[in-house]
Design a protein around this ligand. Sequence first.
Ligand code: HEM
Length: 484
Amino acid sequence: MPVETPAKPAPKRVEPPEQLSANPVRRVAEDVRAEFSVRRRGVYPPGPKNFSFGRTLQAARDPLPMLLSLYEEHGPIFSTRLLHHPVIFMLGPEANHFITVAHPENFHWRESSFGDLIPLLGDGLLTIDDAYHDRAREIMMPAFHREQVSAAVEAMVDEATPAIDRLRPGQVVDVYEWMRGLAMRIAMRALLGLDPDEAGKGAAAAEHFERALGFYGIDFHLRLLRGPGSPWSKMVASRAVLDEIVYDEIARRRADPDEGRRDILSLLLGVRDEAGEGFSAKEVRDQVMTLMFAGHDTSTSTLTFMMHELARHPEVLAKLCEEQDRVLAGATPDIDTLEKEMPYLEMVLDEVLRLYPPAWIGPRRAMRDFEFNGHSVRRAAYVNYCSWASHRIPEVFPDPEAFIPERFTRERKAALPRGAYVPFGGGRRICIGKRFGQTEVKLVATMLLQKLHLDAMPGRTMTVRQMPTLSPRGGLPMRVLPRG
Ligand code: HEM
């Protein structure tokens, strides 16, 4: 007789999180209240907690040296006051592992210091937590499986080919701007399924997305301004245009579904949880907006920093070219080849992401009291992990400033302590677009270097800007050369 297995209880629909105020005065007041509450219940970990305009300015302009020297002085957990409130940093392998893998339940992203992204992104994966996050992530995972990324490769090749063809030997190109335009076109097609040349939709969406994002690259005090003509009101106006385009697309595709579409927006309209429930239109909108944000700057910066380091290390470039000639003989790679047959490319990418992890900070808020490395952290404290600083700790990565792809041979990578290398984060919030981003950067780099080389401009030094993601300050002009 067949044994009846009890039906698995359907997961309950989880209510969306509470909306936080976008009013900057309220947010500052809430920060002050939170600091009092933390101090009433304990002390902050060691570190400078007096107000210092100079320190705040340094943190806004070039936080890396400050973080590394505080790490040296205080160890893997310390506090520092930035602007009006203290922030706790936890650095190094154990700290990264603690936050991302061992105890993610202690933290929220939403109430972190990056919460001001919510007015643009809404409640997408980045800005939600706990059960609501986990359900959304489970629903979205199939859209990021290998076959889906493989389908996106077609859009990547179609877009990269003319962009590379436009580059001419002798010309000076701002690689950052070039890749930004290309990554935006790829995102429009692969994520939203829009034609980037269609004036009313794709092109408008790209333009307004860039404008809205611009808000997050300006200084903090300018972001507090409100009223007509302020950066905030411009961001809100661009958001309205984007919303109209995205909601229109959602309605259009719901009314006339096309099974053949492989873009992520279409996939998200079709995905269901175990109880057969899918996303609402608002949820789909927030998720794709978040994917656009998380996936566009990151790939742009990674490709740019890669070109910067390759121009400074001709021996690495030569090995990379030798590998691509041997494996591809001039052909365009597919995802299989990129993942399995080009180990040196992978090592170069790993080393670029060690030195310049674009999503350099993991912003969190403590949701409960906890202990780490002999120090107590109280609920409501701002806590960050930081891959950028963690990747430059000399005990973990000797000679940390040097660009050495050989650090990432398969054996040496496997021997790293857990939590040492976290360019994509870790645990249940590990980057959902990791494979998409890696594929995009590897593919564009390969196609570009099969045709051309890029040389540094004499006398120009590159400095890094860190908001909202790492990028070369003022772009990265380079001279286009024929392939050597
Ligand atoms: C080289 C490229 C990329 C890098 C270095 C990168 C890095 C990261 C990091 C470090 C996190 C975790 C942040 C944290 O712990 O607070 C993250 C999360 C995320 N990334 Fe990426 N990313 C890249 C590309 C992409 C792409 C292409 C997409 C989408 C198409 C994407 C979508 C996301 C999303 C949605 C999250 C939030 C995941 C969650 O919280 O469940 N990323 N990324």
